[in-house]
Design a protein around this ligand. Structure first.
Ligand SMILES: *Cc1c(COP(=O)(O)O)cnc(C)c1O
Length: 410
């Protein structure tokens, strides 16, 4: 059956009467609730299950943070805040969303290059932890103290002297705009003025979207080693070490779910083995897509169908403007398909080869290419899986001026 082809990548599919159910509802119901198509649907129970599963397998001592840039919808952030130990933000606006969830400000951290003075002021006033990414940023925080009397809570984001191998996105090692090079840290720590800032710890983020346990294990080993060296040089008690995230989810044909068990086992050993050096330090893992990616679905509707020189096209009301990463234009070199199904025709007696495209006047507007799906008609619901992260807010919604996408947490 054709679904077996994408099954490796799907974490779960509930089907009733040949209809996909998300949170016990059909696509038709979900679009009716949203008021119109297209819509992103995020399943509340799937988010909770994912966090619970990860917590069950990871060492007890490991704290779990949600990096909200993956999906900053306020309702999602509020829900996640009730499930995890902290939130990571990457802008002043995200900071306000995180604070709005009611989570304690001490459990919010703010990473990101080129933070504005306004953001640094706001984060200091709010009492959240600022992950300092440059020497000038540290100087600006000293200035904030001198001008306002407020002491910023800080951690240093360190650009490690290694990288996370086979990562979807390399964000560390070599020259980078993120963090302060590990080699510069001894000097900075030796000269740190703890009268003017409140030093809390370190943030060592080495990469993203990784499906290889051995690569993650290697990065974690090196991260703990680097953290131990930095702790020894620290002028004050280190309260936390954020080891980054990097856990990936399977998007494309040939990709398989990450086996988290060996990664968790290795972390257990690292935490036990380094208990003396890390005596007062919590170990934090921050994740975006791994927590929310698989609990999100993008639903759009077929609006036209035509054949061009032997090729069948399903045209939809959704596309690149809502779901840039699915279109293949967000960091991919060769476009590959996300898992796509017709939600109201999960199987069919006959399959048809189709190109699914959106309403934008550009050939880049692809929802799914060279798919084999049950025969679909106008009104049917195309559903893109693995769509809970880097969707609505990572897409150029105003490009061509079509309506923005709806979002529904249910
Ligand atoms: C983007 C980002 C994350 C989240 O990455 P995912 O791949 O979504 O898990 C975590 N930490 C930092 C510092 C980031 O910039």
């Amino acid at each position: 059956m054709f679904m077996t082809k994408i099954h490796d990548r799907l974490h779960r599919v509930t089907v009733q009467d040949n209809q996909l159910l998300i949170a016990d509802k059909t696509a038709e119901q979900l679009v009716a609730i949203a008021g119109s198509s297209p819509v992103y649907v995020y399943a509340r129970n799937e988010l909770a299950e994912r966090v619970a599963q990860l917590k069950a397998i990871m060492p007890n001592k490991l704290k779990l943070h949600y990096a909200i840039k993956a999906n900053p919808m306020a309702a999602v952030v509020d829900h996640m805040a009730s499930l995890v130990d902290g939130l990571d933000v990457a802008s002043g606006k995200e900071m306000l969303v995180a604070l709005g969830s009611g989570i304690s400000s001490e459990d919010i951290s703010f990473a990101g290059p080129a933070k504005s003075e306004t953001e640094l002021n706001a984060a200091t006033a709010a009492g959240i932890v600022i992950n300092v990414e440059s020497v000038l940023e540290l100087e600006r925080l000293y200035d904030i103290h001198d001008n306002t009397g407020r002491k910023a809570k800080i951690a240093f984001r360190v650009n490690p002297d290694f990288e996370l191998k086979s990562s979807g996105m390399k964000m560390a090692g070599g020259p980078k705009q993120f963090g302060i090079d590990a080699e510069q840290m001894p000097d900075i720590l030796a000269n740190l003025d703890t009268q003017r800032i409140d030093f809390k710890g370190f943030h060592i983020f080495s990469g993203s979207q990784n499906l290889k346990p051995e690569a993650l294990i290697d990065a974690h080993n090196k991260t703990f080693e680097l953290a131990e060296r930095l702790i020894a040089l620290s002028p004050a008690t280190v309260e936390h070490v954020n080891i980054g995230g990097g856990l990936g989810i399977p998007y494309f044909p040939g990709e398989k779910k990450l086996d988290v068990a060996p990664v968790a086992e290795n972390l257990k050993q690292l935490i036990v083995g380094r208990s003396a050096a890390f005596a007062k330090a919590d170990v934090v893992m921050e994740l975006g897509r791994y927590l929310v990616g698989e609990a999100g679905y993008y639903i759009c509707q077929v609006t036209d169908k035509k054949v061009s020189r032997g090729q069948t096209y399903l045209m939809t009301d959704g596309g690149l403007h809502h779901h840039l990463s699915n279109s293949g234009n967000f960091g991919q070199i060769i476009r590959k398909n996300y898992p796509v199904l017709i939600a109201n025709k999960i199987t069919g007696e006959e399959l048809e080869k189709v190109e699914i495209v959106g309403p934008l006047c550009t050939p880049l507007d692809i929802v799914g290419a060279r798919l084999e799906l049950p025969i679909a008609e106008v009104g049917d619901y195309v559903t893109v899986f693995q769509s809970g992260a880097y969707g609505a807010t990572a897409s150029p919604q105003d490009f061509l001026g079509h309506p923005h996408v709806k979002e529904l947490l249910i």
